[in-house]
Design a protein around this ligand. Structure first.
Ligand code: MG
Ligand code: ZN
Length: 219
């Protein structure tokens, strides 16, 4: 039984990789810079996107796809920025896959978008296995979650391009051990870029926006 499950899983992932490669070509062709965000639930993906989309809206055409098991609360929050936002309800599925992303974009004019954000379902486990065709995968960890997320979930940190430490404004209140956190990140994924920020008071937002904006070609 175990062997069969492994085989089925391999086939699903193979199909996902094929679809993701197709998406990546499409994004390239249409000049869309696609950034995915992944974290455990409550690490601040939506809050960061809210602030980011507001900040970039004046200079870039931004849009977002938001994955959640249920509700469209996050999509409604993000839509207040005035940018096009679409919710993907995954039902019982605890991650986004390339087909869900591709299907929700089917009737969107991608050439009208400079930066597309994809907020994954809050989960640090299986999103690691699903390529979404994104050019930048960002893993978030909040100071309130403690310092050992990278050690507990190394795979997601190994598939990411950038680590964002969120809720920096709460660091001293929760006695966040910054040195230990940075060490754990570096042990898990030597050399990966880390940005520490707060979506509440704006600390570190500058570096984050600078990281995003040059990659997006303005049309
Ligand atoms: Mg969210
Ligand atoms: Zn899953």
């Amino acid at each position: 039984v175990t062997a069969r499950i492994v085989e089925v899983r391999k086939n699903i992932l193979r199909e996902n990789d094929r679809r993701a490669a197709e998406l990546r070509r499409l994004f390239e062709e249409k000049g869309v810079f696609v950034v995915s965000l992944v974290s455990s639930p409550g690490a601040g993906k939506t809050a960061l996107l809210e602030r980011t989309m507001r900040a970039l809206r004046g200079s870039h055409r931004v849009a977002a796809l938001v994955g959640d098991l249920a509700t469209d609360n996050d999509a409604r929050r993000l839509a207040r920025s005035g940018a096009p936002v679409r919710q993907i309800n995954t039902g019982a599925v605890c991650h986004l896959d390339a087909a869900m992303v591709g299907d929700s974009l089917a009737d969107w004019d991608l050439s009208g978008i400079d930066i597309l954000f994809v907020e994954n379902v809050g989960n640090l486990v299986c999103p690691a296995s699903y390529d979404l065709g994104e050019q930048l995968r960002v893993v978030l960890m909040s100071v309130t979650e403690g310092e050992d997320k990278p050690l507990k979930y190394p795979t997601i940190f190994n598939t990411a391009d950038l680590v964002v430490v969120t809720k920096a404004d709460l660091a001293s209140a929760v006695r966040f051990d910054r040195t230990a956190a940075l060490e754990n990140i570096a042990t898990t994924r030597p050399g990966i870029e880390v940005i520490e920020l707060s979506s509440q008071d704006g600390t570190g937002m500058e570096s984050w926006l600078r990281r995003l904006a040059p990659s997006a070609v303005r049309k």
